[in-house]
Ligand binder design. Structure first.
Ligand code: DC
Length: 239
């Protein structure tokens, strides 16, 4: 099973790169952050306090989280321009999991060890089905420590904030660049210092500073690296 693990902080370019890479390699794209977001959404919808670990855990176990692919039909009638949709119990929650309020709360869910264990279990099932480009914070360290390809992205905080700012503005959010930078630095702190599965590069990860790279350049670097590895090392469990 071919697993490509991409970890790194918010705004480091993981998502855009992972999507583009998955498309080029015709592999599934698995966004593990979306899974923590889905559990957060369900907790908020059901009015469960973030201190009620028992009920939160129940949600994590019972929620059916799915990724589906939307195809748009291009002018010549061909199917292309792929978009990934996120489903919770057969409901499209793609937009609902990206609100600033939810983003502020997701750390409550991501720091719970039992919820993490449940998410990791689901992520392994997804990955082992068809392989994939899997992005998150702990893919190379916890979810697939034997993945043959591991990348850890980083970029200067100001630049990461600028990327996020542009995305939010494009989505119609009224934010300032200074506020986005503050939020990014706060999320870095929670991701890097949490007790359970903190964000860190796996010992054998290739560290990429994406500050001055475009998405295409980053994808090219990864493909060049993958191509340079001997064939026998390429799949999980074949080393
Ligand atoms: O990548 P993102 O912003 O969608 O991630 C949402 C949250 O989930 C963020 O607080 C980090 C956390 N996360 C995690 O702890 N482990 C993962 N594998 C992916 C995301």
């Amino acid at each position: 099973m071919l697993i490509i693990a991409i970890d790194g902080p918010a705004g480091s370019g993981k998502s855009s790169t992972a999507k583009a890479l998955a498309k080029r390699l015709k592999l599934p794209y698995i966004d593990t952050g979306a899974m923590y977001r889905v559990v957060t959404l369900k907790a908020m919808q059901d009015g469960i306090p973030f201190t009620d670990k028992k009920r939160l855990m129940k949600i994590a176990r019972k929620s059916r989280i799915e990724f589906r692919t939307a195809y748009r039909t291009a002018s010549r009638g061909e199917r292309d321009a792929v978009r990934q949709l996120v489903y919770l119990d057969s409901q499209d929650v793609t937009e609902a999991i990206r609100t600033p309020e939810l983003t502020k709360n997701v750390f409550h869910i991501a720091q719970e060890p039992l919820i993490r264990r449940e998410m990791v279990k689901k992520q392994r099932v997804m990955g082992l089905k068809q392989g994939g480009v899997m992005e998150g914070r702990d893919i190379g360290t916890v979810v697939f420590p034997d993945a043959p390809f591991k990348f850890y992205f980083d970029a200067q905080p100001k630049l990461r904030a600028l990327r996020r700012y542009r995305e939010l503005r494009a989505a119609g959010e009224q934010v300032t660049q200074a506020k986005v930078l503050r939020d990014i630095l706060k999320r870095d702190r929670t991701d890097l210092t949490r007790k359970n599965s903190p964000l860190k590069p796996a010992k054998d990860a290739v560290v990429l500073d994406t500050s001055s790279l475009t998405i295409d350049q980053t994808v090219d670097r990864i493909i060049a690296h993958i191509g340079a590895k001997p064939l026998r090392d390429r799949r999980l469990g074949t080393e």
